[in-house]
Design a protein around this ligand. Structure first.
Ligand SMILES: [Zn+2]
Length: 67
């Protein structure tokens, strides 16, 4: 019987990084990496960076952006 307990992952977050739980940060690390790898925005409130506004509660465009 293949009843091995799958490690239950938390639901993939669609909300701001600022609000991810520790479990979500751990479970969706690859998504996190893709979001922060080439940041275009920063959240001055939480100190997080992301490639899209939707991931930050107070997105501010990075001045160093070259696109
Ligand atoms: Zn924030």
């Amino acid at each position: 019987m293949a009843a091995a307990m799958k490690t239950a992952k938390t639901k993939q977050p669609t909300k701001e990084l600022c609000d991810w739980s520790k479990a979500q940060l751990r479970d969706h690390f690859e998504l996190l990496e893709s979001i922060v790898a080439q940041p275009k925005y920063v959240c001055p409130k939480c100190g997080r960076a992301a490639n899209a506004k939707k991931w930050l509660c107070k997105a501010k465009k990075l001045a160093a952006g070259n696109d």
